[in-house]
Design a protein around this ligand. Structure first.
Ligand code: PLP
Length: 393
């Protein structure tokens, strides 16, 4: 038997194909043909972390004992730094020893949570549109994905009352994500309180994915799920320095909250992953506990881009809300317009790359998502091209 005949495990068949793999190929073709492509598709910050964070990494690299294996789930100082951050930012007290675990990027924890908790046939409640790793983890675990539509009519918040009793009975895990990717929506604390009460009542694990709480505009402050009294009894929260401190490539995530869930996830992590690199953990500590004032100017840069995009797409004849957090603008296309075709035409015609809404789920159809992690002059240029293209369109 040749190796080409070896079939991958059946469980992989249900996983969604990576949209960005195909997009990267299309963009490579366009670039090779001379098109100047402006990427507003991926949510990767273009700006670097503050110099004091990078300096801390450089300094830590010189320590000869910094290169060995590190403890699973983060060093005590890394976990203590997250606990300090939660105390300062949200007034949430965390035991760094039992209620905080380091993750190699929050994505790995988001995926593994379903692997750790969901049995075949159990329900995972997932926002639609939503970050695709919620679905991938649930499918991998053999769970049943039940989607909670996020619509403009509900301010992109799930309607818990619409979920049938039979679904609640089989629910093992619920995902929430605010500030939200891809809609840019934010949630009031009342939504979290309702979700905590439901988790307690129906006996499921509540997971809040919160990587965008530190990117907010116009005075808005995003809350943590753990601000709800008793949330730790039923819930965990994921956070990350990827967007918080422009450190997406560094893979510095965290899961905080319910101590049993932390213990379970640490066990899973210990069999398939390793600890993180000590110098990057040292730099992360600096990012979390050092001077935070640089984030004001960083957020102001995103705010300027947000305003350029919101006014730009409106001038192109499309509808969008003005998001008060996160790095995305969620743009509604005219009725009947296919988002995949629209995004593809925009890319092929004027070299502006946006993400079609379908990749975030059925309720994303008819939308495109723009990321603000693109230099401001390029955002301006993208809007000029888009408007010129939209005119005769
Ligand atoms: C909603 C959401 N959750 C999790 C992640 C993963 O972030 P990390 O870089 O920490 O893995 C992202 C990244 O884009 C995201 O948008």
């Amino acid at each position: 038997m040749s190796s080409a005949a070896v079939q991958p495990a059946a469980r992989l068949a249900g996983l969604p194909a990576s949209f960005f793999f195909g997009l990267n190929q299309t963009i490579a073709r366009l670039k090779a043909a001379g098109t100047d492509v402006i990427r507003m598709d991926m949510g990767s910050p273009d700006l670097p972390p503050a110099p004091f964070i990078v300096d801390r990494l450089k300094q830590a690299l010189d320590n000869p004992s910094a290169h060995g294996y590190m403890p699973m789930a983060g060093t005590p100082p890394y976990k203590a730094a997250w606990a300090e951050f939660y105390g300062r930012r949200f007034g949430v007290e965390l035991d760094a020893g039992t209620e905080v675990m380091g993750l190699i990027g929050s994505k790995s924890g988001v995926f593994n949570l379903a692997v750790a908790y969901v049995n075949p046939g159990e329900v995972v409640l997932i926002p639609d549109p939503g970050y695709s790793t919620y679905t991938a983890g649930a499918i991998f675990a053999g769970g049943e994905c039940v989607y909670m539509p996020l619509t403009p009519a509900n301010h992109f918040l799930p309607d818990f009352a619409a979920i049938p009793a039979a679904v609640w009975q089989r629910t093992k895990l619920m995902w929430l994500n605010y500030p939200n990717n891809p809609t840019g929506a934010v949630a009031p604390l009342e939504l979290f309180a309702e979700a905590v009460a439901l988790a307690r009542h129906h006996g499921f694990l509540l997971a809040h994915d919160a990587p965008y709480t530190e990117i907010t505009y116009d005075g808005y402050q995003a809350p943590s799920l753990l601000q709800i009294p008793g949330a730790k009894d039923v819930g965990v929260e994921f956070h990350s320095l990827s967007k918080t401190a422009n450190m997406a490539g560094w893979r510095l995530g965290v899961m905080v909250g319910n101590p049993q869930a932390v213990a379970v996830m640490q066990t899973l992590q210990s069999v398939g992953e390793g600890g993180q690199f000590q110098p990057s953990l040292a730099a992360a500590q600096a990012a979390l506990t050092g001077d935070q004032t640089w984030l004001v100017a960083r957020n102001e840069t995103y705010r300027e881009r947000r305003d350029l995009v919101v006014s730009g797409v409106r001038a192109a004849g499309l509808h969008t809300e003005t998001p008060s957090a996160a790095i995305y603008v969620w743009v509604q296309l005219p009725p009947g317009v296919d988002d995949a075709a629209y995004a593809n035409h925009l890319l092929e015609a004027v070299g502006v790359s946006v993400t079609p809404g379908w990749i975030f789920g059925q309720a994303g159809r008819g939308y495109v998502r723009l990321s603000l992690g693109t230099p401001t002059d390029r955002v301006r240029e993208a809007m000029t091209r888009w408007q010129a293209w939209a005119k005769p369109h």
